[in-house]
Design a protein around this ligand. Structure first.
Ligand code: F0G
Length: 454
């Protein structure tokens, strides 16, 4: 297997601390066994997320210096608007402070009580905004998407027959929109094929249903289109991007993951829809030419979006993730395969198969991993679900610990350290006990909830 090579060099560094285990133990107790509540100073390798923590390039930092500060009509905004038109070919752009703000605006405009949003798989904030507006979600990822191990290249694909069935069940006029999350976050950063996105376009056009792309994880998805899909092999990343974008009515993204370290935005084709959403931007985000972002972030985003069109740049994440996943897999440690984007995902259902889902196996594994390594991962399982209105637990389809590899941040030796500690923990997995809530917030409970050993 080839060694993944960085096509960049490190020129600014940040010192890391590796606390002794007794101090990690104390930090974990103070954090209520919730890795979201750890202080970063107590963390050695922060693999919580790729959101807002990807490395910035020299060109991005340089661009930040020439940003144009203005409340209204900033030249920086004009450059960002032009870059998005150039890359996606869409007509209108609305800025927002981050991805979930885009979801808020989309849900407010398109979702009504009882309407349905069909999608490959939900993301936590997406689902929360849709259900807050009284909508329901239907998850239509093909069955293989929920299998931990597979050799299929595009486990984020929607089952088109399932979409047809949902449209028949509710009626096309009840479907608020069809949403494709490219680089399906909660099921292991698994990509969506251009072919599937094209088939779904046909269904949406046939029934007149708005077709929406969540492009937050598009960079990884583009890499997989290029390397796993025959029809994309001879296309540049820029050409693939355009082929993807041309299919959708609306494209929104978290720029914390795509192009920058902050911000977000919505790209729209239809003028009427644009005008409806535009009304909400000054209300919730900020004036139309900044939308809650600083001009410096927007300027870095212009450069970052261009860099995303560079195969060397977007391959770094997936190649390092593959190295980590394949090493763990070879050692018999349960991980999601094939390797996807975003990070390496441990399968807690099998890793700690002695713990029932009611004791949050993925949360327990994330806490234990911090204890034995100083590595912070993120629970992506039952803890990240929300309870039914009657208080019943919703058991997640998958119990995952996500070890994100923010782009261009970690070295191969750090990845190897992670593999070594995970392997030790796997050998000693029976030491890991379950968790229960001490304090459980009603909305997005995984962010602030406090837990203790059962
Ligand atoms: N959509 C997807 C697919 C995401 O992964 C995220 C964020 C959002 C929307 C919301 O964007 O954070 O800018 O408001 N994912 C982060 C993560 C939080 O850690 O996976 P945001």
């Amino acid at each position: 297997e080839a060694v993944p090579l960085e096509m960049h060099k490190v020129r600014i560094v940040q010192k890391l601390n590796l606390l002794p285990i007794d101090q990690r133990h104390k930090a974990l107790s103070v954090a209520g066994n919730n890795t979201f509540l750890l202080q970063n100073a107590d963390v050695f390798l922060d693999m919580l997320t790729d959101s807002g923590v990807n490395a910035m390039s020299d060109q991005q930092l340089a661009a930040m210096m020439v940003a144009d500060d203005a409340y209204a009509g900033s030249a920086t905004y004009t450059r960002l608007d032009a870059k998005l038109r150039e890359i996606f070919g869409t007509d209108y752009f609305l800025p927002a402070h981050q991805g979930r703000a885009c979801e808020h605006i989309l849900a407010k405009v398109l979702v009504t009580p009882g309407s349905v949003v069909a999608m490959n798989y939900h993301f936590t904030t997406t689902k929360a905004h849709i259900t807050l507006q009284g909508g329901v979600i239907e998850e239509l990822v093909a069955d293989v998407g929920l299998e931990v191990n597979s050799t299929l290249p595009f486990k984020g694909d929607i089952d088109v027959a399932k979409l047809e069935a949902v449209i028949k069940k509710y009626g096309a006029d009840k479907i608020a929109f069809v949403r494709v999350e490219s680089g399906t976050n909660l099921i292991g950063g698994q990509p969506v094929s251009l072919q599937n996105m094209t088939e779904l376009r046909k269904v949406c056009s046939h029934y007149g249903i708005p077709y929406v792309l969540d492009a937050s994880l598009l960079a990884d998805n583009l890499y997989f289109n290029k390397t796993r899909e025959d029809s994309c092999k001879n296309l540049s990343i820029r050409e693939i991007t355009r082929k993807v974008a041309d299919l959708f009515d609306v494209i929104y993204f978290s720029a914390r993951k795509l192009g920058c370290a902050r911000g977000g935005g919505i790209c729209i084709r239809d003028k009427e829809l644009y005008l409806k959403m535009r009304g909400l931007v000054p209300l919730y985000e900020g004036f139309l030419t900044y939308g809650g972002m600083s001009v410096r972030e927007m300027e870095a985003m212009v450069v970052g979006l261009d860099e995303t069109m560079d195969e060397d740049m977007i391959s770094q994440g997936p190649l390092f993730i593959a190295a980590m996943v394949n090493d763990l897999d070879r050692r018999g440690i349960p991980v999601i395969t094939p390797p996807g984007g975003l990070g390496c995902h441990l399968d807690a259902k099998r890793f700690v198969d002695h713990l029932p889902q009611s004791q949050y196996p993925a949360g327990a594994l994330a806490a234990a991993l911090y204890l034995v390594s100083g590595i912070r991962g993120m629970e992506r399982g039952t803890l990240s679900e929300q309870r039914e209105p009657d208080g019943r637990e919703v058991f997640a389809n998958m119990e995952l610990v996500r070890l994100a590899l923010p782009r261009r941040v970690f070295t191969l030796s750090q990845v190897k350290y992670a593999v070594d500690r995970i392997a030790w923990l796997h050998e000693n997995r029976k030491l890991i006990g379950g968790l229960e809530f001490i304090e459980e917030p009603a909305i997005l409970r995984f962010f602030y909830g406090l837990l203790k050993p059962v």
